[in-house]
Design a protein around this ligand. Structure first.
Ligand code: ZN
Length: 334
């Protein structure tokens, strides 16, 4: 890490936050509410094989900062405020977690409970039924960490370390995102040719294991947590045809509802990917509170059923995230 970055993180950002600079920035924003997005939280110190998880100490620090500056309310309430155009007395946030990593229960939840903070956990429902399910970027990262070789698939060779294919002019990540339901074919080929990911995954349970139905059953009545759908297989929905898209959003809704025995009204688009067809299918499936990352369509600004989110960075500190949030409140808030 560069000296400037290190100094900023260790000295400058904490000093700015200590001086209340973020509060001044925040006061200038016109918007009143915002939704924040996390993925995982981890107790593991040192270098990790991926950066999808925030350090637990930084997470708790951030939660305390947020509690001091904002009203933290359940996502459902935030949508209701937005739809009724209710004036909130103070800047307000709702907290969400995407993907359904087991560390949401084992690491994040105890911290949320300690500080009485509500959150929405978005689950990928294949993981509820299949204990061997890992999200595809984790499978690729595990293979990359171990093999340090090119990934050779029928469609082309993806060169280590970035896994870029010169003939397709595409990275493996983009191929996976853009292939629609064909993605499973590529993923199955990767898994079959590089089974090393299985033993590597076993070494990293806190960073890679996803929530299974037995765990969800244990926490289904946790009063601070709302469960939402993050679809069944985590496809980038804009690349699915209408029929497959509807299946992804409706199957996942029913699987969660069957376990928690409550209606599932919230949906988070994987990778923030969607188009008009996705929205039509999500509403048809019965979702009322839909979250994206950034708005992709102009008309979204007027749609009271879909809201954007601010994503917390895992590769920096709580102070830096807090300052970013204060700066970007208007951009992602409403
Ligand atoms: Zn996701």
């Amino acid at each position: 890490m560069s000296i400037v970055k290190t100094l900023s993180r260790k000295l400058l950002f904490p000093t700015l936050v200590g001086m209340g600079v973020d509060k001044l920035l925040l006061a200038k924003n016109k918007k009143q509410q915002i939704i924040i997005n996390f993925h995982g939280v981890s107790n593991i110190k040192g270098k990790r094989f991926n950066n999808r998880h925030l350090d637990s100490v930084e997470f708790e620090k951030l939660i305390l900062y947020l509690k001091e500056r904002y009203a933290i309310i359940p996502l459902k309430e935030l949508f209701e405020n937005y739809r009724s155009q209710k004036k909130v007395p103070k800047k307000t946030i709702a907290i969400t977690f995407d993907d359904g990593y087991i560390n949401n229960f084992t690491v994040a939840l105890p911290i949320l409970k300690k500080h009485n903070v509500p959150a929405t956990f978005y689950l990928i429902t294949e993981s509820l039924e299949n204990k061997e399910f890992y999200v595809w970027p984790d499978v690729i990262d595990l293979i990359q960490k171990h093999t340090k070789e090119d990934i050779k698939l029928t469609v082309g060779t993806f060169k280590y370390p970035g896994f870029y294919c010169d003939t397709l002019k595409l990275s493996l990540t983009d191929l996976m995102k853009q292939s629609g339901s064909e993605r499973e074919k590529h993923l199955n080929e990767i898994k079959q040719k590089y089974p090393i990911y299985i033993s590597e995954a076993a070494k990293e349970p806190e960073l890679i294991k996803m929530i299974h139905k037995t765990e969800l059953e244990n926490y289904k009545d946790e009063p601070l947590i709302e469960y939402g759908s993050h679809t069944h297989l985590h496809y980038n929905l804009e690349h699915l045809n209408s029929e497959d898209c509807f299946k992804e959003v409706s199957v996942s809704k029913h699987i969660i509802e069957k376990i928690i025995k409550k209606p599932v009204l919230s949906l988070a688009f994987p990778d923030g990917s969607y188009n008009e067809t996705t929205i039509v299918n999500s509403k048809k499936a019965g979702y009322e509170n839909i979250v994206a990352v950034t708005y992709k369509l102009n008309e979204n600004n007027k749609d009271p059923y879909i809201l954007s989110r601010f994503t917390v960075s895992n590769s920096t500190t709580s102070e830096s995230n807090l300052l970013r949030l204060a700066v970007d409140f208007d951009k992602f808030g409403f």
